[in-house]
Design a protein around this ligand. Sequence first.
Ligand code: HEM
Length: 409
Amino acid sequence: MTETTSPPAASEAPAYPMTRSCPYRMPVGYEELRERGPLTKVTLYDGRQVWLVAGNEVGRTLFPDPRLSSNVLHPNFPFLAPRIAAQTQQRAAPPLVGVDDPEHGRQRRMVIPGFGIRRIAALRPEIERIAEGLVDDMIERGSPAELLSQYALPLPSAAICALLGVPYEDRGYFDERSRHVLSSAGEDEADRARTAFTEILTYLHDLIARKEKQPGDGLIDELIAHQLSEGSVDTHELAMVCSLLLVSGHETTSNMIALGTVTLLEHPEQLARVRADDTLLPGAVEELMRFTSIGDVLMRVAVEDIEIAGQTIRAGDGVAMSTMLMNRDPHAWDDPDTFDITRSSGRHVAFGYGIHQCIGQNLARAEMEIAFRTLFRRIPGLRVPVASDRLPLNAPYVLQGVAELPVEW
Ligand code: HEM
């Protein structure tokens, strides 16, 4: 006989995800969730209860556990909003991030050499040139400005296009479309997200065909030369993988640049220290990652029973991994709700953890360091004329960030 336990009442499993009222503070209900312990339950939009992982140690144990699947096509895979469920079910599973090993490992091994430390170090002068050029344009157009569209988005866009070998003149095409794919929130925006993704994929199919005839200089060219021509990947899979890299390379870092700018401006004494001492910048970037946790909720489904933290996650149960709660765990950091650029933030999971840990993290770190250094050096009087809790925020089930960021100087 199977042991059955009645599901917790709604009050014991609060509605999830929760909306932030400030771009970098925890949503109001998180305080209570954190007090409930490292593994608790929440209720999704469709009434389904799933496990919520809030503890850093439990999270770091579960992330690499192969009994938790990222396969979005699994019949029990949990979604945070109807729009995401509909969008995912109409498509094939996204490569890497939406599949498990061994398929995942094969795809990851294919692209990982493109994101190594030396490769990214070689790209730094180009990223610096991009950042300087964008600030030149912003200064020329004058104050006020909108930082997201004039700086935070075009910088990572130009950088990922340079790395992949996407022609510079085609870049504008992706900025808007990538944004629609990752951050469209409303039901009415689902069509726009779908169209944008199809257009990016079609463009990449064309680009691969062009590059096969006339090779250029970039990761896509290397993948064509080594993987496609050797038959270890077909054109469609290559286009899917490249579209994932292109989209992930845009929206994530741009949200971090915008949110990081707000957070640093709201902690002026720490910003002053970073400005005075460049060696503090890498630590400040890690702390910004921990503190803002923009990819807050990573979903998984259990494919076998897992005993952990005194509970049993049953096969078929949904699991919501809250990187923000794991990054604000008082057992992992003293005073976790305080922004402190000098703390050791190393155990944060803002880039994920385990086999799906972010491939683009070296690139993202380089972009953030260069973006903040250049912006605050070139425009020392930069300010946001709106209180941070009045800024328009993204929906709670997509990447966290501000929808626009007005600035003056
Ligand atoms: C600050 C910026 C970024 C943040 C916060 C971020 C966050 C994350 C997180 C949390 C994951 C894990 C997803 C999961 O476990 O389900 C991830 C995976 C991934 N990220 Fe990033 N990312 C950033 C920048 C980038 C950039 C610049 C790229 C460039 C291509 C990128 C490409 C990827 C890819 C391909 C994966 C999937 C890896 C896999 O499944 O093996 N990311 N990222």
